[in-house]
Design a protein around this ligand. Structure first.
Ligand code: ATP
Length: 510
């Protein structure tokens, strides 16, 4: 059998951790090969080695049977390896074409020839079903289209092997569906794909084989047609995983959050939240379901004091907190697991310990008489790392060096530990592995059972249905329906999310 990629017995050590410990990955030509593992298992490290960003301490790499040394991404490109990163690397005020040819410009008489490039891009986009407008500016196109530009960039450079690093984490369900079709088309046309994803459904849908790694070690490779979601989850985590969150019926009490007729503008100063009403009570989890871009981000930013409220009101425990500064809102009892963990969740250059006390560093017992007690900071951090299973060499490690999923666990640890009256969780499990998702869902339910109010925002309907007690559907900046989670299903929610009207059996608590 011809392998396009052979990574044999790869070992890579970082200070304090063996990120890859004798891992072997063999990818056949024309297959979609999944790389699966818990957060911090070492998937990105292995792919960064393949793309020339890191050098392994041990092991060999063969591309199409030839032993190679991939010393930089340029060498990887020359070997026909392309990488579609999770965080896109595009210049926002350049056009699609300008981005694709950047560093690889076709020249005619010393001048860059944009027309030729655009024609070539059009040809590639038709061949692989990657709809883009070559002359559109990146800042004006959707996230899904930006990703297609990243894919085209690799194809334009002649990639035969494409690495996708959690490509669906940032996409809407519709865009995910399109991406799955694009991947199928790419392999039909002879390309080979390595797909890093935590979503087992996606693996079952498009992949041929799957290599599993656990804590830096290779566990094995399975044929997808002979496997199941349950088996993959168990191989990855090393124990049985429960996909369904166990919980008793909610016992809701008094109103904690009450939002009335709220109007909030977006970054372009256009109305994004347009007269929204919503109540979350102590002892319940309210899920907000909706297609991305219907005012969810602006709603959370308004509640947490990150964005101005134009009109309407937000009350917390009967106190009007509309347009209060963020710190006062936090002190009033709001915890926030933000959507964008890099922008609003962590200071990446601070240690994980320092990040654990971002909102409490100036208070007792972390500080006394204005003096920070580092012993207390690290004692607290150590306890949270242990309790929330944050995989890090130590509490002194900079947040930046943690894997994406472990950064998220650190934020959740900090926010849940403060035991806020209202916990806002926005996409709390994005990028997390199934074992960690199970754990986080349990934590949300625990908060609820302690009599706290939980507001969950998620684009994953599975998550909304699994965790919430009531579900509020947001559409064009308003709550268009509130349903009991036990009495609804994906179809009904999908209809409401698309602006449909609410059926008879819907209760109304807004
Ligand atoms: N540049 C680095 N310096 C130090 N440690 C690192 C570095 N990059 C990764 N690590 C560590 O290596 C381990 C593997 O990380 P890696 O990012 O490969 O995991 P992953 O499987 O991709 O995780 P996730 O699914 O959460 O993205 C982690 O413990 C991480 O903290």
């Amino acid at each position: 059998m011809e392998y396009v990629i052979e990574m044999n017995h790869i070992t890579k050590v970082f200070p304090g951790i063996k990120a890859n410990d004798d891992i072997t990955l063999q990818v056949k030509k024309g297959e979609i090969h999944a790389l699966l593992g818990e957060n911090g298992a070492g998937k990105s490290t292995l792919m960064n080695i393949l793309f020339g960003l890191y050098q392994p301490e041990e092991g060999e790499i063969k591309i199409k049977g030839q032993a190679v040394k991939i010393t930089s991404p340029n060498v990887a490109n020359d070997l026909g390896i392309g990488m579609v990163h999770q965080h896109f690397m595009l210049v926002h005020n350049f056009t699609v074409t300008e981005n694709i040819i950047l560093g690889n410009e076709p020249k005619k008489g010393g001048k860059i020839n944009i027309e030729d490039a655009a024609a070539e891009i059009k040809k590639l986009s038709e061949q692989y079903g990657l709809a883009v407008d070559p002359y559109a500016k990146i800042e004006d196109i959707s996230v899904g289209m930006q990703q297609r530009v990243e894919i085209l960039k690799t194809l334009y450079r002649g990639a035969e092997i494409l690495i996708f690093d959690e490509p669906t984490a940032v996409l809407t369900p519709q865009e995910i569906h399109e991406l799955m079709n694009i991947m199928k088309r790419l392999v039909q046309e002879g390309k080979s794909i390595v797909l890093i994803t935590h979503k087992l459904k996606e693996i079952m849908e498009v992949c041929d084989r799957c290599t599993i790694i656990r804590k830096g070690k290779g566990i094995g490779t399975v044929e997808i047609q002979n496997s199941s979601e349950q088996e993959l989850a168990e191989l990855m985590v090393g124990r049985e995983v429960n996909f369904k969150t166990e919980k008793s019926d909610a016992q809701p009490q008094q109103d904690v959050l009450k939002i009335s007729n709220l109007v909030v503008h977006d970054a372009r100063n256009l109305p994004a939240v347009k007269g929204l009403d919503l109540t979350v009570r102590a002892g319940e989890i309210v899920g907000v379901a909706g297609v991305d871009g219907n005012g969810q981000s602006e709603l959370i930013e308004a509640i947490t004091g990150l964005r101005k409220v134009e009109s309407g009101s937000i009350t917390l425990n009967q106190k009007d907190v509309t347009n209060w500064p963020t710190r006062r809102i936090t002190e009033e009892g709001v915890g926030h697991i933000p959507q964008d963990r890099h922008k609003h969740g962590l200071v990446l250059d601070f240690s994980i310990g320092d990040n654990m006390v971002l909102q409490t560093y100036y208070k007792e017992p972390i500080s006394r008489n204005g003096i920070l007690n580092f012993g207390k900071v690290y004692e607290k951090a150590k306890a949270l790392i242990e309790q929330f299973d944050v995989r890090t060499p130590s509490e002194h490690t900079p947040a930046r060096a943690l894997s994406g999923g472990n950064q998220q666990k650190a934020i959740i640890a900090r926010e849940v530990d403060r035991n806020p009256d209202l916990l806002i969780a926005a996409q709390p499990t994005r990028g997390l592995d199934v074992g960690a998702i199970e754990f986080i869902h349990k934590k949300l339910v625990e908060q609820r059972d302690k009599g706290k109010a939980v507001l969950l925002l998620s684009l994953e309907l599975d998550e909304i249905l699994n965790v919430s007690d009531r579900i509020a559907v947001i559409y064009e900046g308003r709550i268009v329906g509130i349903v009991n989670a036990k009495e609804t299903n994906e179809q009904e929610l999908g209809l409401l999310m698309a602006g449909g009207t609410q059926g008879e059996k819907v209760e109304n608590h807004a």
